[in-house]
Design a protein around this ligand. Structure first.
Ligand code: SF4
Length: 330
């Protein structure tokens, strides 16, 4: 938002690009979960574009992004975030877009020293090189610390009006936001990508281990964002809705997964991911019963709905909380 504004203030026409990898937090989790209802349910990229009065192009990169995540040349950050490869990939995609649409250069909001992996003095040139953007990549917020880029040399951008922000603090950015009158803005320090989240990364690794390969489909990674994931045995896991919004979301998957519904008591929808062996369904139902209002009852009735539509009634004693091993929680 700030980088765009700095450049727009120089009379340059700017349009926004927002890459959808499937791992974005915005516009999905916030929309599903009821407890987030105090926050506006909006796509922040669209909202920012509206604030700036620019066009926004949302680019679906789900398929090509798999290669970035599964085989990052520069490895991962503290979780499953391949930030350096990811940045090079996105700037590369932006370059393709500019070439196809008659634009001259790319700007990002990157700041030297802001992030430990992709925004360091020694890694920022890597992004320029590996993306192919070279000196068509301008970072207006810290441009005074960087070699002059093509738009500066061509006189499209006045280098003197670029900024010299460095480091992890967001104080300078917040002061700039205040100067521009931006009172509302998306999280100023990340938190918009699930790959940086420890719990999400654990679930992703668990999914790959359970399936014996590291591939994924969009539905897989969407479901990792929702519910409690409990794996009592290697061959299956339960996905338990934590609240109404999540249950509603999980309902959309009921035709793709064997699932459990509470009958005798109120309780969440539970999807079962994996292949069930003998007695697995019973164990799944006992655990599922623990998360309904019958958790302390002597017996709870649930219905298991199989993929062929067959409905099986199950009467189980709920598993005690202490019997659900901590390591089952993915
Ligand atoms: S936080 Fe996520 S989207 Fe951002 S650079 Fe890292 S991997 Fe890419």
């Amino acid at each position: 938002m700030l980088a765009a504004k700095v450049v727009m203030d120089q009379g340059v026409h700017v349009e926004g690009l927002n890459f959808f990898t499937g791992f974005c937090v915005e516009g999905h989790t916030h929309a599903i979960r009821k407890r987030e209802s105090s926050k506006p349910k909006r796509n922040n990229a669209l909202w920012v574009a509206e604030q700036l009065g620019i066009k926004l192009h949302i680019v679906d990169v789900i398929e090509p992004y798999k290669q970035v995540l599964l085989q990052p040349k520069h490895g991962y950050g503290s979780n499953m975030n391949p930030c350096l490869d990811c940045k090079s990939f996105m700037v590369g995609k932006a370059l393709e877009w500019t070439q196809a649409n008659g634009f001259d250069f790319i700007i990002t909001g990157e700041v030297i020293g802001q992030r430990p992996m992709s925004q360091r003095a020694d890694t920022m040139p890597v992004i320029q090189k590996e993306s192919g953007a070279g000196d068509r990549l301008l970072r207006p917020l810290c441009g005074k610390h960087l070699p002059a880029t093509l738009p500066e040399r061509e006189g499209w951008i006045d280098r003197e009006k670029l900024l010299d922000i460095t480091g992890r603090s967001r104080k300078a950015q917040m002061a700039l936001a205040a100067k521009y009158g931006f009172v509302d803005y998306a999280t100023p320090a990340g938190g918009c990508c699930f790959l940086t989240d420890e719990s999400y990364s654990r679930k992703l690794v668990d999914l790959w281990q359970a399936r014996g390969n590291r591939d994924y489909e969009l539905d897989d990674i969407m479901l990792l964002k929702v519910g409690r994931h409990i794996r009592p045995r290697p061959n299956f896991k339960l996905i338990v809705g934590r609240e109404e919004g999540e249950n509603n979301f999980l309902e959309g998957y009921r035709k793709q997964y064997v699932h459990l519904r509470h009958v005798s008591h109120l309780g969440p929808l539970v999807l079962i991911d994996g292949t069930l062996g003998e007695n697995d369904l019973l164990l799944a139902a006992q655990i599922a019963a623990r998360f309904g209002q019958g958790r302390d009852a002597a017996e709870v009735e649930l219905a298991a709905i199989h993929l062929n539509g067959e409905i099986q009634q199950l009467h189980v004693k709920p598993t005690l909380a202490e019997q659900i091993a901590q390591e089952w929680y993915v």
